[in-house]
Design a binder for this molecule. Structure first.
Ligand SMILES: Nc1ncnc2c1ncn2[C@@H]1O[C@H](COP(=O)(O)OP(=O)(O)OP(=O)(O)O)[C@@H](O)[C@H]1O
Ligand SMILES: [Mg+2]
Length: 367
């Protein structure tokens, strides 16, 4: 037993459906510290089922619960590997913060669904599980997303410079941190989700490593302009989005009147992510001096280059420059959210989500 530590585990399975990220975080002492992390792939069968569940399908209630069970087994495996790697036992962990897998995000009608059988995870691990972080914020009139801005403020809010944290997962979201202490945060639109779909369709791969394929293509200004007319981009925050809007059909609709080469479409999809991020940053954070990237998209060098082009007066780096590996920021955030829940502290930012007030987020499945 490690008496001088206060360990929590954060689990994230994001919109990209690439895998589960698990982070071990120590909350003892002044500032939380990321101790260790592991990632496990979802596996093709589970990935296909979760993809199917993104839209209505036959017997979806049963299939969703079966997917939730399989996810819980995978989460338990990730926790077990993290414990072995860190030479810890279940008794050392206060709680697991489990995001779950989003299959519907419909705050406008009052609900969001993250799959993952929390009871089963508590049973399999013998560790308290905190889950369903988004529902309370939605019940309080909010978007239920993004939830990471309060965490970004806690971890990155002491840089002494006005800056932006940009998480490029399936969907991209930004948090604007400035000296005044006021925070703006919202989903800017697609991160990797459309690029991933196009890469799978034309290359049979799950993503465009480094953005190398996009770099071979040419940005098509007419297509980019057409895609930028999507009304979501012009909405003022609070706003959040997901595969509910940016799905295969959305992409097909955009492409019906164009016949560009596949690599040119990829270059343009990459530009769409970069441009919508840059537009949001220019509009809401004109005084920010740096933009720190995290999430899988931080590895996309072509996307980084496009961002630099559209943000000539800002430094574009990854959160590694702030001492946190960009791959683990989201999982880290869910350890923090579990810690806040057990401490009975609110974790949403009403100015970000649009909720009526601060709320304690999450439901608890005791060990
Ligand atoms: N080396 C790389 N080059 C380019 N893109 C990458 C690379 N590695 C990962 N990615 C992209 O990042 C995606 C995964 O990112 P991440 O796990 O942050 O997103 P996520 O699971 O959707 O999380 P969330 O929705 O919570 O932000 C992959 O699907 C891929 O598109
Ligand atoms: Mg992921």
């Amino acid at each position: 037993m490690t008496a001088n530590h206060d360990f929590y585990i954060g689990l994230m399975t994001g919109t990209s459906l690439d895998g589960v990220d698990a982070a071990l975080v120590d909350f003892s002492g002044g500032q939380p510290r990321l101790h260790a992390a592991v990632a496990l792939p979802l596996g093709e069968q589970l990935r296909a089922l979760l993809m199917q569940l993104q839209a209505r399908s036959e017997d979806e209630l049963h299939l969703a619960h079966m997917a939730g069970n399989t996810l819980a087994d995978l989460y338990a495996e990730a926790v077990s590997r993290l414990l072995v790697q860190s030479h810890l036992t279940t008794a050392d962990i206060k709680a697991i913060g489990n995001h779950g897998q989003t299959v519907r995000h419909r705050p406008e009608v009052g609900y969001t669904v993250q799959l993952g059988n929390h009871a089963r995870l508590a049973e399999l691990t013998g560790i308290t599980v905190v889950g369903d972080f988004r529902s309370r914020d939605i019940a309080a009139g909010g978007q239920g997303a993004p939830l990471v801005p309060a965490f970004h403020q806690a971890i990155f809010g002491h840089t002494g410079e006005p800056c932006v944290i940009a998480n490029i997962g399936g969907i991209a979201n930004i948090t604007i941190l400035d000296q005044s202490g006021s925070i703006i945060g919202f989903d800017t639109g697609p991160g990797n989700v459309l690029m991933d779909m196009w890469t799978l369709q034309h290359r049979g791969e799950h993503y465009d490593a480094g953005g190398a394929w996009a770099a071979q293509g040419h940005l098509q200004a007419d297509l980019l302009q057409a895609m930028l007319s999507e009304p979501y981009f012009a909405l003022l925050p609070p706003k959040s989005t997901g595969r509910d809007l940016f799905h295969g059909e959305w992409l097909r609709r955009q492409l019906t009147s164009y016949s560009h080469a596949p690599q040119d479409v990829q270059a343009t999809l990459s530009a769409l992510t970069a441009r919508t991020l840059a537009d949001a940053i220019r509009a809401h954070a004109p005084h920010a001096t740096s933009v720190y990237l995290c999430g899988g998209g931080a590895h996309n060098l072509h996307l980084q280059q496009q961002l630099r082009q559209w943000l000539p007066s800002q430094r574009v780096e990854t959160t590694a420059a702030l001492g946190v590996d960009p791959d683990w920021v989201e999982a880290y955030a869910f350890a923090w959210l579990a810690w806040r829940c057990l401490a009975r502290q609110p974790a949403n930012l009403p100015e970000v989500t649009g909720a009526h007030g601060p709320r304690i987020l999450g439901a608890i499945w005791p060990a």
